[in-house]
Design a protein around this ligand. Structure first.
Ligand SMILES: [Zn+2]
Length: 138
């Protein structure tokens, strides 16, 4: 079964289009976590950011940047969260790569919060961890 974004791209499900070119489509998220909440997606199906070709990922993030700039200039947004979730464990709800552009107005919107809490790292060998990750980068 096709995911909802593939069906939107095919025109089988209506959407409010913000931007479109040969490779990229941007639509308003129907949930509107904040006013102007936009999703930027590649027209070809890739499950998530990590399996998307670099050239397409660059195009998607380029459009996300331009939409963020537009929203700051015309919606009165004071900030923007630009993020992509990879996998269910990270909160990805539709298995088709997409980037959220979420304008922020007060910083305290109830519908959206990101909290990063540090953890005790005394039991971690950070230099070793850095080396493990470094050696795995292709
Ligand atoms: Zn898809």
């Amino acid at each position: 079964m096709e995911d909802v974004f593939c069906r939107i791209i095919k025109g089988e499900i209506p959407s409010s289009k913000v931007y479109e070119d040969d490779d990229v489509l941007a639509i308003l998220d129907i949930s509107q976590t904040t006013r102007g909440h936009t999703l930027v997606l590649p027209k070809r199906h890739y499950e998530h950011f990590l399996d998307c070709p670099q050239e397409i990922a660059h195009k998607v993030f380029d459009v996300a940047q331009r939409i963020g700039q537009a929203e700051v200039s015309i919606l009165g947004a004071k900030g923007v969260n630009i993020l992509t979730n990879v996998g269910e464990a990270a909160g990805q709800s539709v298995p088709h790569f997409h980037v959220h552009v979420i304008p922020r107005y007060t910083g305290g919107e109830g519908g959206f919060q990101i909290t990063m809490k540090g953890q005790d790292t005394s039991g971690m060998d950070l230099p070793r961890l850095a080396m493990e990750i470094k050696s795995a980068i292709k």
